[in-house]
Design a protein around this ligand. Structure first.
Ligand code: GLU
Length: 456
C-alpha cells in the first residue's frame, strides 16, 4: 500500500501518516502540478534543444548529459512516534569537469533518484553559466522534514553523512542547504564529516556564521532573484514602482526575494505557501508576514492579522493567474505546467525554484510572450555565495556582508548580460536555451582541456 492513489486524503503533503495508517512515507509519485515528464526528462529536454543548436554529436552529449556517480544509501532511524523508519538518502555527482561537485541537500518526502539526478544536472549548468569553478551535484533524503524534531533531523543528517563522507571533501564534493535544510543541518554535516576526516569547514557551505558561514548566504538566492529582476526590468522598460509581484512559496528563497524586491519599491500583491495563498492589491508587507510566521501563525491567517491591509485568502490556482509584472515560483518543481501555463498573466516569470516549469508550459509561456528567466540563471545567487563562503574558508578570512552582496550582484549582472546577449544573437532564442548553450559550451571546453574520454 503506497503511492499517491492510496495515501489518505486527510494526510497533508509532507507529513508522516498516523502510525496506524500506512507506515510507508517514501517515494510517492510527485504530484506537484501535472507531471508531463519526469524531472530528469525535463532537464534533458532543455539540454537537447541547446545541444542540437550547438551541433554536439550524440556520443559526446551522453558524456555530459549523464551523471558521473549516483549513490543511494539506507538511513534507518528510530522516530519518536513511529518506531524504526528506513529512509533513502541520495547523492548524485553529475559533472566535475569544471571543479569540485557542488549542490544542495534537500529533505522532502517525495525526494527520489530521478529528481536528485535532475537537480544535480541543473547545478552543472548553473555553476557553468555564472562561471564559478564548480561542477554539479545534488543530494536528498526522502524524509518528511516538517514532521521531525531536531533530534530526529540530526540523527538522519549524521547517518547520511557517515555513509557518503567518502565521496565528499572541500576539493571533491561540497553540499549546501536546499528545500527544508538550513545552516543548522550544515553544521551537523560539517561536524560529522570532521569526526571522520578532521575539521574542514570548506566541506559544506551555508553554515552558521559562527562556524565559518558567509554573511549574506541565507538571503543570497532571493537576492540573486532580485538581481535577475533588475536586469529583466531594465530590458523590458518596467519600473519598480509599477511592478506587481506574485511569489509562490515563502520559504528561504521566496521570503528573501519578497523582502528585497519590495525594498526596491515593487509591490507584493500575492504570496502562497503549503497552507494556502493571499492576495492584496494594496500590497503585502513581507516583513510583517515573516514575523507572523515566526510567531507560529499560518500564512492564510495573515489576512486577519494586524498590519495586513486589504489582504484576502485566495486559492493557489487563483494566485498563479493574478495579473502582475513578475511571477516568482519559489517552491517545488513542476509548479507551472500545461494545465495552468495559459492562465499566467505575468510579464516575466523568474524561476526562484529549481525546475518549476515543465517543457510544455515553457512553450506556452514563450508563445504568450512571457519572458522566462530560467532557474539555472535566476536562482544561482545561492551557489554563488556558497562559492564565496568556500573561498573565505580556504583563506581563513571573513568578508563583510556588503562585499558579499556587491560581488554577488556583479556576477549576476555579468551572467545575465552574457545569456541575454547570446539569446539575441542571430535567431532569437529563449533565455533558457541561451543559458544552457553557454553552460554546455563551458563544460565541454573544460572536458576537452582535461582530455576526458579521448575528446580533444
Ligand atoms: N541548493 C541551492 C541551489 O539549488 C544552492 C546550492 C549550493 O549552494 O551549493 O542552487
Amino acid at each position: 500500500m503506497s503511492g499517491r492513489g492510496h495515501h489518505a486524503p486527510d494526510t497533508p503533503v509532507g507529513r508522516l501518516p498516523h502510525p496506524d495508517k500506512s507506515p510507508r512515507v517514501a517515494n510517492r509519485a510527485p504530484h506537484t502540478g501535472v507531471a508531463e515528464t519526469s524531472s530528469f526528462d525535463t532537464v534533458s529536454h532543455y539540454f537537447d534543444v541547446a545541444a542540437d543548436r550547438l551541433g554536439i554529436p550524440e556520443d559526446l552529449r551522453t558524456v555530459v548529459r549523464t551523471a558521473y556517480r549516483e549513490i543511494q544509501v539506507q538511513i534507518p532511524v528510530k522516530l519518536r512516534d513511529h518506531g524504526i523508519h528506513v529512509f533513502s538518502g541520495y547523492r548524485v555527482q553529475h559533472n566535475g569537469a569544471r571543479g569540485p561537485f557542488k549542490g544542495g541537500i534537500r529533505y522532502h518526502e517525495r525526494v527520489n533518484l530521478d529528481e536528485v539526478r535532475a537537480l544535480a544536472a541543473l547545478m552543472t549548468w548553473k555553476t557553468a553559466i555564472v562561471n564559478i569553478p564548480f561542477g554539479g551535484a545534488k543530494g536528498g533524503v526522502n524524509c518528511p522534514a516538517q514532521d521531525l524534531d531536531e533530534t530526529e533531523l540530526q540523527l538522519i543528517t549524521r547517518s547520511f553523512v557517515d555513509k557518503i563522507a567518502g565521496v565528499l571533501g572541500p576539493t571533491r564534493d561540497i553540499p549546501a542547504p536546499d528545500v527544508n535544510t538550513n545552516a543548522q543541518v550544515m553544521a551537523w554535516m560539517m561536524d560529522e564529516y570532521g569526526k571522520l576526516h578532521g575539521d574542514a569547514p570548506a566541506v559544506v557551505t551555508g553554515k552558521p556564521i559562527s562556524l565559518g558561514g558567509s554573511r549574506g548566504r541565507e538571503s543570497a538566492t532571493g537576492r540573486g532573484v532580485v538581481c535577475a529582476y533588475r536586469e529583466a526590468a531594465h530590458a523590458l522598460g518596467v519600473r519598480p514602482d509599477a511592478t506587481r509581484v506574485v511569489i509562490q512559496g515563502f520559504g528561504n528563497v521566496g521570503s528573501w526575494a519578497a523582502r528585497i524586491i519590495t525594498q526596491l519599491g515593487c509591490r507584493l500583491i500575492g504570496v502562497s505557501d503549503t497552507t494556502g495563498a493571499l492576495h492584496s492589491q494594496a500590497g503585502i508587507d513581507p516583513e510583517a508576514l515573516a514575523r507572523h510566521l515566526a510567531e507560529g501563525g499560518k500564512l492564510v491567517d495573515f489576512a486577519d492579522a494586524e498590519g495586513a491591509i486589504g489582504v484576502e485568502a485566495i486559492t493557489p490556482s487563483e494566485l498563479m493567474g493574478l495579473e502582475c509584472e513578475v511571477l516568482i515560483p519559489a517552491a517545488l518543481g513542476g509548479a507551472i505546467h500545461v494545465a495552468n501555463a495559459d492562465s499566467i498573466r505575468a510579464r516575466m516569470v523568474i524561476e526562484g525554484a529549481n525546475n518549476p516549469t515543465t517543457p510544455g508550459a515553457d512553450e506556452i509561456l514563450d508563445a504568450n510572450g512571457v519572458l522566462v528567466i530560467p532557474d539555472v540563471l535566476a536562482n544561482a545567487g545561492g551557489v554563488v555565495v556558497s562559492y564565496f563562503e568556500w573561498v573565505q574558508n580556504l583563506q581563513h578570512v571573513s568578508w563583510e556582508e556588503r562585499e558579499v552582496n556587491d560581488r554577488l550582484a556583479k556576477i549576476m549582472r555579468r551572467a545575465y548580460g552574457e545569456v541575454q546577449e547570446r539569446a539575441k544573437r542571430g535567431d532569437l532564442v529563449p533565455l533558457r536555451i541561451a543559458a544552457y548553450e553557454l553552460g554546455i559550451e563551458r563544460v565541454l571546453e573544460a572536458t576537452r582541456m582535461r582530455g576526458y574520454g579521448g575528446y580533444a
